[in-house]
Write a protein that binds this ligand. Sequence first.
Ligand code: ATP
Ligand code: MG
Length: 157
Amino acid sequence: MLSFIIKDAEAMKKLGEILGSLLNEGNIVCLSGELGAGKTVLAGGIAKGLGVKEHVTSPTFTLIKEYKGKFPLYHVDVYRLDDPAEIFELGLDEYLYGQGVTVIEWADRIKEYLIADYMNIKIEKLGDEKRMVKISSNSSNYTHITRELERKCTFLR
Ligand SMILES: Nc1ncnc2c1ncn2[C@@H]1O[C@H](COP(=O)(O)OP(=O)(O)OP(=O)(O)O)[C@@H](O)[C@H]1O
Ligand SMILES: [Mg+2]
């Protein structure tokens, strides 16, 4: 597992941006952490790293927002979902196994339904602005990205 201590929102965005630049078509990033932890800030950084010009906002009420970057970016937030199985009825699978990058906020709520490989990012609040970010994966397919992220983010640690 790779971990970072992130000092503020700007550093979180930077971490996301570097990760975004390393992601490939079909990659899935699962984000978890309490309300206000910084999941959307990190997702915004990932979008920037993927070349998305638009400002990324929380897709809470829409569940899925699509952005155009180097690859399509699907930003998903399942916080308000009553029944986790519903997200699959809404067609999440088509995004997950498609040509884009999928970033899922509150992913813990649907993980039991995920059969794909994904990268896990857990954000823990350590203080007002300080965060612990823990990165892992359920698959060796993400080892290369994790290593590169570690190499490129030494200045953030
Ligand atoms: N280190 C940090 N990383 C990220 N955000 C930070 C940090 N320090 C302070 N913040 C602030 O905390 C807030 C994080 O909000 P954000 O919407 O990203 O959280 P979230 O985890 O997506 O919450 P939600 O569960 O409601 O979707 C922002 O206002 C941001 O400016
Ligand atoms: Mg959010």
